[in-house]
Design a protein around this ligand. Structure first.
Ligand code: NAD
Length: 355
């Protein structure tokens, strides 16, 4: 087979993906391998649902400086995804743990990358950095990148992400590092956390609706009145966007998400239609996050000449079918069915001191 110069160049590039045992990191490793990169994955756990496609996978605690030096050795590029994170149930509590752990991970990974002469660095920030005062209405104005200031994120998770964004910007200005910063808006899809307390709304609702259907009990719990709004972006689009931004010469923070806003009630209705099972929503007290959030994709379209393409319905159909399979497995192998059904129906709500 003839090797084209482009392929040869790609096969020579070595990249590190941190958080490669997690949802987005795992999908990103698969994509980078398809593109011909040599990939080192690092996490403190292996991917839960599939084997990693990485050439090398190291289990390291990236809060530790020595481990960050080890992780970044001999690579040309770093995709920094490792973070202590989860959905609203998790990040509305655990503030100290999140701020402590993620600060250490990001400060050490970036400095280690600088010392190791890494050419390009990709940092994964979040829509959670946007100020709470811009997200008080369900019919929220979509958030553009410049809306981040004056800063007032709702949770410690968002504050830490803002500081890490600044750190990347300063490393670029002070040391000339090619840093890229993305702000994800609710990424979802198969092989993501779906149970245990760190799952986000799309996975939690798919799980609750699957168990409702399989046990023929249509009642599902929804936190709050369900009128809170968000936009949701499918994982394949997310990975595509990450790669495009890394190849670009754009260094300021950029939104990456869909700009179709739906309420949590509407999200549940779409999933119920996919499952072909009518549900009854029971609204209960729980952490709701901001009242409304949507992505303004004007800059994304302008910079990348692209925007996420996979529809919410398509993405949810793929995710629902994956989660329904997991729910079936759990139910089939459960010695105590009642207890497992309860676990599947409920999303864990943490309250201080969060343990
Ligand atoms: P995830 O939790 O599935 O992946 C994060 C990974 O980081 C996990 O596998 C975890 O084990 C690992 N990690 C945590 N602490 C570590 C440590 N001390 N040492 C080594 N590894 C450690 O989350 P994800 O959804 O894949 O998110 C990836 C990145 O994108 C994160 O930085 C997250 O904050 C950001 N993000 C995600 C979303 C989303 O909707 N999924 C939205 C905004 C931002």
């Amino acid at each position: 087979m003839r090797i084209r110069p482009h392929d040869y160049f790609m096969s020579q590039k070595k990249v590190l993906v941190t958080g490669a045992g997690g949802f987005i990191g795992h999908h990103l490793v698969t994509e980078l391998k398809k593109k011909g990169y040599w990939v080192r994955g690092v996490d403190w756990k292996y991917p839960e649902f599939q084997q990693s496609a990485a050439d090398e996978f190291e289990l390291l605690d990236l809060r530790r400086w020595d481990n960050c030096l080890q992780a970044t050795r001999g690579v040309d590029e770093v995709y920094a995804l490792a973070a202590d994170m989860g959905g609203m149930g998790f990040i509305s509590c655990h503030h100290s743990e999140i701020l402590h752990n993620n600060s250490l991970i990001n400060i050490h990974t970036l400095e280690a990358a600088r010392i190791q002469n890494v050419e390009r660095y990709f940092y994964t920030s979040s829509a959670c950095i946007y100020p709470e005062y811009k997200q008080t209405d369900t019919n929220v104005t979509p958030l553009k990148e410049s809306d981040a200031y004056p800063a007032m994120p709702q949770d410690a998770y968002g504050w830490e992400k803002l500081i890490a964004e600044h750190l990347c910007t300063h490393y670029r200005e002070d040391y000339g590092m090619n840093t890229h910063i993305v702000r994800f808006h609710n990424i979802f899809g198969p092989n993501g956390t779906w149970i245990g307390g760190r799952e986000k709304a799309p996975a939690a609702l798919c799980r609750k609706i699957a168990v409702a259907k399989l046990t023929e009990n249509p009642v599902i719990d929804i936190w709050g009145d369900g009128e809170q709004t968000r936009s949701f972006c499918y994982i394949d689009d997310c990975v595509k966007g990450i790669y495009k931004l890394m190849q670009s010469d754009y260094y300021k923070p950029l939104n990456l998400g869909q700009d179709r806003m739906v309420s949590i009630n509407q999200l549940a209705d779409i999933i119920a239609t996919i499952a072909d099972y009518p549900i009854e929503k029971k609204h209960i007290a729980g952490p709701e996050g901001v009242r409304g959030r949507n992505s303004d994709n004007t800059l994304l379209r302008d910079i990348l000449k692209w925007e996420p393409e996979i529809s919410l319905e398509d993405g949810l159909a793929r995710t629902y079918s994956w989660i329904e399979g997991l729910v079936k497995e759990r139910l089939a192998s459960a010695p105590d069915k009642k207890q497992v059904i309860e676990e599947l129906k409920t999303s864990k709500i943490f309250s201080a001191p969060c343990k």
